[in-house]
Ligand binder design. Structure first.
Ligand SMILES: [Zn+2]
Length: 338
């Protein structure tokens, strides 16, 4: 069922300098720019989470061997946060933090499969839906199935249902090409303003990219999966551009956690709290967002939902973990970009 409430009309026009200041901080410091932080009219929001994507394996983060042209070009027309940190290196708890603005001890989801996000939680999708956004999600792994509670606020939640449970690979994932196909179909249904979340899972183990990508990245199967996913992300961005909606869409690209790749004695992720597993890419681009900016301050993904709600002019989350971070201090100091 699609919610039909019209978009809330905003009566405050964005002031570029103040939006930029907020972006520098990536914190919900509305008080720093009273009454002048929304983007008007409210933009569409495309949130993309590429699972298991450590920042230093993305081209625009300085990894010359990467092939991530779409992610790189997104950063070129937006703001890149050089030091964004996930709350936890586990898929479901990290996405729960992203959606609620809370760290795991607050929202209560500490592991995949063992916990469920409470129906009492207040999520980014719920607030946007209440504010008139048409919402949809396409997720690529069974650990983010709707029953985990993440479907709160989404009128459409495409998790492939029980088919994932019978996947013969044992990793219970959907390939990026399928996710982009589903995202493109959903985009044809969603009227504006929309909030679409697309979750790609391919860079998660096991690393088995399609042959054309594996051949280009011999001996680097993780990078091959990233390159393949980037190409599929490009299909979604091109579709928005071709139908004229990209200019009205705030695009957010991040990841739920990184990957150890053997560092610190860990082949993958989940338990080691190192930069390899917590440092993720974070890029925002779209209307009202300055182009080509890089922010060096350390920011947390729990600040993302409150910031998106500020930029879209929505009410704040009911119980986000608002706190004075290093980034907020940067805002007060006028910002520090690299
Ligand atoms: Zn994950």
């Amino acid at each position: 069922m699609v919610r039909t409430g019209g978009a809330r009309r905003l009566n405050v026009r964005a002031r570029a300098w103040c939006s930029f200041a907020l972006l520098l901080a990536l914190v919900p410091l509305v008080s720093a720019c009273p009454g002048a932080v929304e983007i008007s009219p409210p933009p569409n929001v495309l949130l993309v989470t590429i699972d298991t994507l450590r920042a230093d394996h993305v081209g625009v983060y300085g990894y010359d061997a990467a092939h991530t042209p779409h992610l790189d070009s997104l950063a070129a027309r937006g703001v890149l946060f050089e030091n964004a940190m996930a709350s936890v290196p586990i898929t479901l708890p990290s996405h729960a933090s992203l959606m609620t603005g809370q760290h795991p001890p607050r929202h209560g989801v500490r592991h995949n499969g063992l916990h469920r996000l409470s129906d009492e939680s207040n999520t980014l999708a719920e607030v946007l839906a209440d504010g008139g956004y048409h919402t949809g999600a396409v997720v690529g792994a069974v650990v983010l199935a709707g029953e985990t509670g993440l479907w709160q606020g989404f009128a459409h939640y495409d998790d492939a249902g029980s088919r994932l449970a019978t996947d013969e690979s044992g990793f219970l994932e959907r390939p990026a090409i399928e996710l982009s196909n589903r995202a493109l179909a959903l985009l044809r249904e969603l009227t504006e303003p929309f909030f679409l979340w697309v979750h790609y899972y391919d860079p998660h183990e096991d690393w088995r990219a399609p042959a054309e990508w594996s051949k280009r990245f011999v001996g680097r199967p993780y990078d091959a999966e990233i390159a393949y996913t980037d190409a599929q992300l490009g299909r979604v961005l091109r579709a928005l551009e071709s139908d004229g909606r990209l200019g009205r869409t705030l695009v957010v690209l991040t990841s739920d956690h990184g990957e150890s790749l053997g560092e610190h004695g860990d082949r993958t992720h989940s338990y080691g709290l190192h930069e390899t597993t917590l440092h993720v890419p974070l890029v925002l681009a779209g209307p009202g967002i300055p182009a080509g900016k890089r922010v060096v301050d350390v920011v947390s993904l729990v600040d993302l939902a409150p910031t998106l709600l500020t930029l879209t002019g929505m009410k704040p989350l009911a119980d986000a973990s608002l706190r004075a971070s290093a980034a907020s201090r940067t805002l007060r100091a006028g910002g520090r970009s690299g």
